[in-house]
Write a protein that binds this ligand. Structure first.
Ligand code: URA
Length: 210
């Protein structure tokens, strides 16, 4: 397994993930849990943000206080399920810019087909965090990362909820420079490219579609 993968095995993350995996979990609860987990995952993804100090005055005295420095953040949602991870992250970093990449999986080939792209200016100077709840075959995530690199992105992390060993391996081959953060790595993919045991189709679970 690549050294670029961080599994965020915090008890709260694992507990919420178990609730989400349960097929009886209603969409509204699923969405709420996804939002909560995204916040906890983002806490870990953003751990390495560079800091500087700034002189401030507390009510008692002046001090050099730590403050975030450097590159601006850009969150990139891989549509449509990636949107479920955005709100929690934006609660943490409200000033981050947000991009969207629309990709769907061709059901026959499982290849990623792009249908939408909107990115903020200056992606080359930003720290990019691409998000999609499921890293399954790795095809769509890899295509999204290719697209971001084409647009000039140089500093990219990828955050998901669940990953397959196959997806992790595919991403390590195609994008060894991208750090991956996930709540869990499941057993395998099935013949349709679904993660097993997984949680089903994340978009369908979020939006109540089938
Ligand atoms: N996408 C999903 O939503 N679920 C999977 O298991 C695989 C890909």
């Amino acid at each position: 397994m690549s050294g670029n993968v961080t599994v965020v095995g915090h008890p709260l993350v694992l507990h919420k993930l178990t609730l989400m995996r349960d097929k009886h979990c209603p969409s509204a609860v699923f969405r709420q849990l996804l939002r909560e987990i995204s916040l906890l995952l983002a806490y870990e993804v953003l751990r390495g943000l560079p800091m500087t100090t700034q002189t401030i005055e507390t009510p008692l005295t002046e001090m050099e206080a730590p403050i975030l420095k450097g590159k601006k953040l850009c969150l990139v949602s891989i549509l449509r399920a990636g949107n479920g991870l955005l709100d929690g992250m934006l609660d943490l970093v409200p000033s981050a810019r947000v991009g969207h990449i629309g990709l769907y999986r061709d059901p026959q080939t499982l290849a990623a087909v792009e249908y939408y792209l909107k990115l903020p200016e200056g992606v080359d100077e930003r720290r990019i965090i691409a998000v999609d709840p499921m890293l399954a075959t790795g095809n769509s995530v890899s295509a999204a990362l290719n697209r971001l690199k084409q647009a000039g992105a140089k500093d990219i992390s990828f955050m998901c909820l669940l990953a397959s060993p196959e997806g992790i391996e595919a991403l390590a081959q195609a994008h060894p420079d991208v750090k991956v953060f996930t709540a869990a790595i499941d057993e395998r993919l099935d013949e349709h490219g679904y993660i097993v045991p997984g949680l089903g189709d994340a978009g369908d679970r979020m939006f109540g579609t089938k």
